[in-house]
Design a protein around this ligand. Sequence first.
Ligand SMILES: O=C(O)C(=O)C[C@@H](O)[C@H](O)[C@H](O)COP(=O)(O)O
Ligand SMILES: [Zn+2]
Length: 365
Amino acid sequence: MRDVQINLGNRSYSIFIGQGVLDAAGTLLTGLPTGRKALLVTNPTVARLYADRVTAALTRAGIDVVRALIPDGEQYKALQSAEMLYDRAFAAGLDRGCPVVALGGGVVGDLAGFVAATYMRGVPFVQIPTTLLAQVDSSVGGKVAVNHPRGKNIIGAFYQPVLVLSDTGTLRTLGAGEVRSGLAEVIKYGIIKDAAFFTWLENNLDHVLALEPAALAHVIEQSCLSKARVVEEDETEQGQRAILNLGHTVGHAIEALAGYGRYSHGEAVAIGTAVAARLAVDLGLLQENEEHRIRNLLARAGLPLEVPGDISTDAVMAAMYGDKKTRAGQITFILPAAIGRAVIRPGMAEEPIARAIDNCRAGSD
Ligand SMILES: O=C(O)C(=O)C[C@@H](O)[C@H](O)[C@H](O)COP(=O)(O)O
Ligand SMILES: [Zn+2]
């Protein structure tokens, strides 16, 4: 079992990574000051596969488990689902000490975390992520949220979990699309922070795509280490944490405009990363050969690089103004300055962004 520590004073916690760690949920949780009842939030597919194991692990440790199922899909990351979970928590008599445990991918984790942050002004929160994307990204760092018709993740909080358990065994049941989606965030860490990891991915992507346990454990550990260091420096995204948003400025716009579900989060982020790399080259920040390496790695991971033909550049531009990084009506962009280094550019003019979007359409080269 590997252990990545995230140091945030009295909000510090451990991320345990390895085959079978979800069976240790009860033991690891009893080491923390939490109550004897837990709300286990999951979706029907994940429940069928893993809820009995997690329930057994918690029960062995003397914790009563109340299960709550949320249908799978980004559209259920909504205030209505949160209300349903509050009702379930009240009905089960959960008090301020009782943890909310998220078992599933990013939707379950973000929603359950939002409920944990707000039910009785905050109860302990445990993340048991079962997708690659959730293990490398969304379960770590404390961004919890629900969506609103005006934007993705637009209603939320920073609320750290007390424990993260990433069981690599759960990745064996993922579809290829879910693996791809997680890889977009994995590649992001190489681009923004870790050139050696980017090169490792170039050399070892086939092992990762084959879901080899050692390769997966390495990818999760390196991703969590990179994310932990960024979050420790700037927990609430006052500045530098925004680099974790590479590819998301355009990505969130495409995800929403295409209709949630047509592009996975990772696919939309990959397209957004291609646009950011093009813009960085146009602005003289990134060398063209590095843009090629970024595009090649994303493409080898099976990720899309083109802005869809049925979504206009004007629509993407308009949607980007709703981004949480927009300040005083001006778009902020995260740009790769080299492989291993990203910069934050506030106050971007519209014209170069629109040109980069147009240059990332089918048949544009
Ligand atoms: O943890 C962060 O910070 C990130 O930006 C990670 C992103 O990959 C993640 O998708 C995040 O939820 C996006 O945040 P948002 O603030 O743009 O909604
Ligand atoms: Zn993301």
